[in-house]
Design a binder for this molecule. Structure first.
Ligand code: ADP
Ligand code: UVW
Ligand code: MG
Length: 404
């Protein structure tokens, strides 16, 4: 069965096509700058990128049509016909309290995702556009939705409630949800496999450090706490997001700077984090390069970024009364040995002994970066959110086929 996985953002669509019998990625790519004057489609087969500039992809329907054209292209395609796609799986960032697992798309699911627009205004409307675009281009094909929030639905109220009047939770579901759940779920199971122990016996802290970043306390295989909250703004310092701050900063800034609420919201989401502190970039590679060239604010940004991760690790070790392993994943977590060193240098009290040789290794497989006699293991486990989305979609599509 061929499954197309789609991660639709506000101005982009990322895709991967899987042959599920072998879990082989037949093709992958992305369309960027949707709705702008020069949209770009990058398509890759067998690690051979094919960049095509296509002007004027005005909406998600057209973007997905272009992706389907590419997948069936005479030269660059991997399918004879779009009918060779048997199911489509979508990443959906916010599933609220409604979805604690992946589901097939039907009228009810669409209604519920729409109800969550308020809680994820940057993400959920784009996902719905992706779903509608697939319906239009592939009307017969079953679609599934896989939620970033689902894995964190096991958090107890002591982790997910804010200490504000509970009427706000009851009336508006104002609470912490957590994100990157597909990734925390995937890497915690992979880490258990690597350690050769059942995940149900383990206490893990997983650190998904990408553009967006979050830590999670995974107690006996379930999410017990995580650093993102009602939206993906809470918690760690990120590429452009502030992470934790005193909520009083918001009204204070509005008054002092004569800004609107929307402007402050945009400042916290898009103009803060690494970008604001370094003054160089939101991209960790560029921040590290600048730091190595002696840029003082890049160094400060790098140290703050690592310090916040270390504080969350400490908090989650306390929350679980111990830890067996700490796991790094995602763009920065998998690729930046310097960041891992900076985080771990304050964890010697836990018995973390980093092996710098292992830390510098760049193997794409799960691996240990601590010494053999380190009391707590630190692992690097490459994440694969798309594969989990494809697997859930495959399972749901097979169940559907059995029922008709
Ligand atoms: N070699 C590297 N060293 C440091 N950071 C890296 C490296 N490679 C990638 N990154 C970081 O990974 C980030 C992207 O992470 P990723 O998990 O792909 O994010 P997202 O899925 O949110 O787009 C980039 O912003 C970049 O800073
Ligand atoms: C939820 C979230 O922050 O997603 P991303 O890391 O893809 O921005
Ligand atoms: Mg990501």
């Amino acid at each position: 069965m061929n499954i197309l996985v789609i991660n639709a953002g506000s101005s982009s669509v990322k895709y991967q096509l899987y042959d599920m019998e072998t879990e082989f990625v037949l093709a992958k790519g992305r369309v960027e700058r949707i709705g702008m004057d020069s949209s770009i489609l990058t398509h890759e087969v067998n690690h051979q990128p094919e960049v095509r500039e296509v002007s004027e992809i005005l909406d998600h329907t057209t973007a997905i049509k272009k992706v389907l054209d590419m997948l069936t292209h005479r030269k660059f395609g991997v399918l004879r016909n779009i009918a060779d796609i048997q199911a489509v799986g979508h990443r959906v960032v916010h599933g609220g309290e409604t979805f604690s697992r992946s589901v097939l798309v039907d009228a009810q699911a669409k209604l519920e995702i729409r109800k969550l627009f308020d809680l994820a205004p940057l993400h959920n409307p784009a996902h719905m556009m992706g779903i509608a675009a697939v319906e239009e281009n592939l009307p017969e094909v079953p679609q599934a939705v896989v939620f970033d929030t689902a894995f964190h639905q096991t958090m107890p109220p002591s982790s997910f409630l804010y200490a504000i009047p509970t009427v706000l939770y009851r009336k508006h579901q104002i609470r912490r949800y957590g994100f990157h759940g597909t990734s925390h779920d995937y890497v915690s199971k992979k880490a258990a496999e690597f350690l050769g122990r059942p995940v149900e016996e383990l206490k893990l802290v997983t650190c998904h450090i990408g553009n967006g970043a979050s830590c999670a306390a995974i107690l006996h295989g379930e999410s017990y706490d995580t650093s993102m909250g009602m939206t993906p703004l809470e918690g760690l310092m990120m590429g452009t997001r502030s992470g934790d701050l005193d909520p009083a900063v918001v009204p204070f800034t509005i008054n002092k700077e004569d800004l609107t609420l929307n402007e402050v919201n945009s400042m916290l989401n898009k103009h803060s984090g690494l970008l604001a502190i370094s003054g160089v970039s939101s991209d960790m590679r560029e921040v590290v390069d600048a730091m190595n060239e002696g840029h003082a604010n890049a160094k400060l940004a790098f140290e703050m970024y690592a310090y916040r991760i270390r504080k969350y690790i400490g908090a989650y070790v306390a929350a679980m009364d111990g830890v067996d392993a700490i796991v790094f994943t995602a763009g920065v977590g998998e690729n930046s040995a310097a960041l891992r060193t900076e985080v771990c240098k304050g964890l010697t009290f836990l018995g973390v002994l980093l092996d710098e040789g292992r830390n510098a290794d760049r193997s794409p497989e799960p691996r240990r970066i601590t010494t053999d006699d380190s009391r707590v293991s630190v692992l690097v486990v490459p994440t694969n959110e798309e594969l989990l989305i494809a697997r859930d979609t495959y399972r749901l599509a097979k169940e559907l086929n059995q029922n008709i």
